[in-house]
Write a protein that binds this ligand. Sequence first.
Ligand code: UD1
Length: 332
Amino acid sequence: MKVLVVGGAGYIGSHTCVDLLNNRFEIVVVDNFSNSKPEVIDKIKQITGKDFNFYEVDACNQEALEEVFKKEKIDGAIHFAGYKAVGESVEKPLMYYHNNLLSALVLCELLDKYNCRKIVFSSSATVYGVPERLPLTEDCRLSTTNPYGTTKLMIEKILEDLYKSNNDWGICILRYFNPIGAHSSGLIGEDPNGIPNNLMPYIVKVANKELPELGVFGNDYDTKDGTGVRDYIHVCDLAHGHLLALNKLAKENGLNYYNLGTGHGYSVLEMVETFKRVNNVDVPYKIKERRAGDIAECYADATKALNELGFKTEYSLEDMCASAWNYVVKNK
Ligand code: UD1
C-alpha cells in the first residue's frame, strides 16, 4: 500500500513514517515545514534505511497537491497537517479554520478524484470537551471549547457526511490522548517553537535549564493529588495505531472512530516525579492558578481500538519520560 503522509515531518507524522517504513509500507511525504524542520526527512531515512519521495507542498494548495497525486499512484492518505496550539487558535481563529479545514477538504477532494478513498485523520480527545464520563468511550458526548478543537470536530463531521454520500470511502478517525516521548534513536522527537504550552515539552526545557521552573496549573482539582490527570501515550505506540488503521482500511470500507490512549491517567506531579527519577535530573516547580479551559481528568477507554484494530500500547510512563529526555540529550 502506498500511503500519502500529509504533514509527515511533524512530531506524530515523522514517528508514523518510521513505523510504516519499518513495516514495508510505501510512503510519499508532503509537508510545508510550517511547524517542522527539513532535517526530519533525512532522519526518517537514516532511522529506517529506506528511501521515499518527499514534496514540499502546502496541503491547502490544491494545484500543488494534485501534482503529487498525478506523479504518485497513491492508495490512501494520513492527514496530520494541522495547527495545534489551543491558545493561538483562540487568538487567530480564522487562521485555524482556514488551514485545518481547507487542507482536509483539498485532500478529500483529491482522494475522491483519484479514486483512492481511504483516509486516516488525526483527531483529538479535545472533541470530548468536558468529559461526560470517564473513561471516555467513542460514543461519549462531543463538544469543544476552543477553535482548535472545533476544527477537529468539524472535520469529523465532514468525513461523516462524506461517508454517508459514498460508502466507497474507508475512514478512520483517531482521537489522540496526550502523545509524549520520542523515538529510541533520539533522532526525531517533539520540537516546539518558543515556550511550550504542553506539559512534557515544558518539563524537558526546565530539566535542560532553558526555563527556570514548571508552573503546575492548579492543585485543587478533585483528583488523586489535586493536579490535572491525563492519559499520556508514547508517540511510537500512537504512531503504530495509524498502521493498524490502514490495515483495517485495506480490508474494508467504513467510517470508524477510535480512541488512542493507554487507559491510564497520570497526574502532573506523577509526571514530574517520574521524569526526575528516571532521568536523574531536577525539575523545580511551583503551584500556580488553574489554566483557563483545563479539565480535571481525561483518560481513554481504548477497548474499541484493541478489539477492532488490535491496538495495544507497549511503552510505560518510564519509557516515555526516558525517551523524551534522550532526544534532548542527543540533540544538545
Ligand atoms: C492540550 C490541549 C488539547 C490538545 C493537546 C495537544 C488545552 C486546554 N488542551 O491538552 O486540546 O489536543 O494539548 O497535545 O490546552 N500543565 C501544567 N503546566 C504546564 C503545562 C501543562 O501544569 O506548563 C498541566 C495541565 O494543566 C494539564 C496537564 O499538565 O493538567 C497536561 O497539559 P497539556 O500537556 O497542555 O495537555 P492538555 O491540556 O491535556
